[in-house]
Design a protein around this ligand. Sequence first.
Ligand code: PSU
Ligand code: MN
Length: 302
Amino acid sequence: MEIKVNAEVKEALKAHKPVVALESTIISHGMPYPQNVETALNVEKIVRDNGAIPATIGIIDGVGIVGMNEEEIEAFGKKGQEITKVSRRDLPIIMANKMWGATTVATTMILAHLGGIEFFVTGGIGGVHRGAEETFDISADLEELAHTNVTVICAGAKAILDLPKTLEILETKGVPVLGYQTEELPAFYSRESGLKVDYALKDAKEAANIIKTKRELGLDGGVLIVNPIPEEDSYPSEEINKIIDVALKEMDEKGIKGKDCTPFLLAKVSELTGGKSLEANIKLVYNNAKIGTMIAKEYYAG
Ligand code: PSU
Ligand code: MN
């Protein structure tokens, strides 16, 4: 088993400077080429411009790469769905067989933690799928948040999921869900879901304090910070929910199951909105990169 942390990331961690991890499933399975590469590189730039070191994570020839270079990011974007989507259960198989793997929220958390990184920015996390009472389809991301000491900054979870059940599981697993300047759980493309978060953060400093306190208590596991999409980029929830219903119906008819659900739904919603949802997706990731970096900086400053 081999993990390679790039020199810049290593140095920053040694000096207790903020590093922000980024995932590769969003590149290979979450967005089309070339927007995926452009977005991934811009996110890295936003992290840098706001004062932290970015570390995009993925698996190349069985090696866990913590901090990819530009060519590697380009390769993940170009190869797209040819690269296996790797969640916790897949990780030993892909690494032992020296394959390439796009890391989900769960495996990005694992590799970030092994590399010593405490903050991770993405778009949306996986959660409890609608109809989970029948299918048992609950993302391994939730289990990872329960156990692994990494703070994840995202725009909530998509309404392709069952959001109330997702919050229930997070409560059971003891994961604090903190709204960044909001009392409501954002639903990815929309700012509203009708569901309450555990606490509304006033600023990045408050976030850093809560994370520190969780660590001091020895309570293992992640912290989830949910940051709503900027108003001007958001979708009214009724509009996007109608589109999501169409996508879910088609997924059912096609018999798509398991790990293929999320990538299918992302692509379908993008198609049905004529690419408008992709635009929104890109914007919310940029916004998360900024806020996530601010929080990481506060954490290391204090
Ligand atoms: N949600 C998004 N965009 C994504 C994903 C989720 O809005 O790209 C990806 C993330 O990598 C997440 C994974 O960890 O999908 C969840 O997949 P599953 O539901 O199969 O666990
Ligand atoms: Mn699943």
